[in-house]
Design a binder for this molecule. Structure first.
Ligand code: SAH
Ligand code: SF4
Length: 424
């Protein structure tokens, strides 16, 4: 599930003006798993090893790694031919052994507000099995563009309100597949130096974009999967994503969302140095056990203790607590007051997420008035009001109106939407 981490953007056009543009889904039969490894996602060390394996002498390795890193992550090269500072012979040799492939895009949804959602196909671990599919979403806002990445195919944690948790197949994404989502998004958005997608960019023009110039300025690990259950790959991927000689998304602009794997939070603080978001969703263990079964293992008190100890917290650097609004389950004003009490003393932001229903889900989204009253309690306690009236239409869309809007779509478009579990 993907959530917009900030809700203070310009209002959206009415829903009927938002036809989702959909690319037709590539039939599975045409899928061919890549036969050569991709260099995309590799760290400098891994690139050095890859070069060593094809006979590049040690003495040249450092310089060649710098060149590859630059072409892959700063310039977004999609073929070795583009790497004009690399000798022709080495380019041919690289091409014989490697690719620069990103995850394959099988469907793309575009909204007129600029939001894009991609369904990506990844090879399964066993050639005989069907390939896997994960989602990646781009959410443009006035002052930033946020890319939401998946960390796993499916999720083992089975939160009762989350569609991802119902999926049978689970595998960890590799670091390459996580970085590959950023590369794919920047390809599709035209967000590389010299491409016209970037605001103020001159086609054919020069140098690396500054952070503010980039369409993808922020990254959130809030797509499918529990990132702290795929720690090493997420860490290695974020190291590449944050590298200022490449993709250059600073760690302050990267947020990792966890369902509450308390014992991993210190390690996340020590090794990732990114912003933390915690899916709290309830104020009592009784309710949270139901919503987030992991709570039976790591109850609220343990989770909040780990949060309090998260390094570098201050008013300018807060933990985001996510709270999904479920009608009659966790949305009373008593819950709101308890939430505020619970978080006392932790530099925190509270992100109220309207529940996004899916076929077969047993919950309903809280009424808009209830979300507003809940948000008011939170606001009066000194937290930035996380859900604002201008976003009403957007929020209603998340709570089921998108579904009725999609009833007007063609069968093919509905199919693609269904493929992304956005409607039934
Ligand atoms: N596994 C991690 C990150 C991915 S989920 C986590 O649980 O934090 C990202 C966010 O989407 C979480 O806060 C999750 O609780 C929320 N979410 C999942 N399903 C949802 C739904 N149907 N409606 C609204 N939010 C949902
Ligand atoms: Fe969904 Fe996150 Fe729970 Fe996994 S941990 S089931 S992705 S909400």
């Amino acid at each position: 599930m993907t959530v917009t981490p900030h809700s203070d953007t310009a209002s959206l056009p009415p829903l009927q003006e938002q036809p989702a543009a959909v690319l037709e889904k590539t039939p599975l039969e045409r899928y061919v798993a890549p036969d050569k490894p991709s260099l995309v996602g590799m760290s400098r060390t891994a690139l050095g090893a890859a070069l060593g394996a094809i006979g590049v002498p040690d003495a040249q390795s450092r310089m060649r790694v710098q060149q590859l890193f630059h072409w892959i992550y700063l310039r977004g090269a999609q073929s070795f031919d583009q790497m004009t500072s690399v000798s022709k012979e080495l380019r041919a040799e690289l091409d014989r052994h490697f690719t620069l492939a990103r995850p394959e895009v099988v469907a793309e949804l575009r909204s007129v507000d600029g939001t894009r959602k991609w369904l990506l196909r990844l090879p399964s671990e066993h050639p005989a099995e069907r390939p896997h599919e994960v989602e990646c979403v781009y959410i443009p806002e006035t002052d930033r563009g946020t890319l939401c990445l998946s960390s796993q195919v499916g999720c083992t944690l089975s939160c009762s309100f989350c569609h991802t948790g119902t999926q049978r197949l689970v595998r960890n994404l590799t670091a390459g597949e996580i970085v590959g989502q950023v590369m794919m998004a920047r390809d599709r958005l035209g967000d590389w130096p010299g491409q016209s997608g970037r605001p103020g960019a001159q086609p054919g023009g020069g140098g690396p974009p500054t952070q503010g110039e980039r369409l993808v300025s922020n990254v959130v690990m809030m797509g499918m999967g529990e990132p702290l259950y795929n720690f090493e790959a997420v860490r290695d991927a974020l190291d590449v994503v944050a590298d200022h000689e490449g993709l250059g998304v600073s760690r302050r602009r990267i947020t990792l969302s966890t369902s509450g794997v308390a014992p991993m939070i210190p390690r996340a603080g020590a090794e990732l140095g990114v912003m933390l978001a915690v899916s709290l969703h309830a104020v009592s263990d009784e309710v949270r056990n139901e919503l987030v079964p992991l709570n039976r293992k790591y109850p609220i008190a343990d989770l909040l203790e780990a949060c309090r100890a998260y390094p570098g917290l201050s008013n300018a650097r807060r933990i985001t607590f996510e709270y999904v609004m479920l009608k009659g389950v966790n949305d009373s004003l008593a819950d709101a007051k308890a939430l505020v009490r619970l978080l006392k003393g932790i530099p925190a932001k509270i992100n109220l997420i309207p529940f996004n229903p899916w076929p077969g889900s047993r919950y309903a989204c809280s009424d808009w008035e209830q979300i507003e009253s809940f948000s008011e309690v939170v606001f009066n306690a000194g937290y930035a009001s996380p859900v604002r009236t201008p976003r009403g239409r957007d929020i209603l869309a998340a709570c089921g109106q998108l579904k009725s809007a999609t009833e007007k779509l063609s069968a093919r478009e509905r199919l693609a939407l269904r493929a992304m579990a956005m409607t039934d």
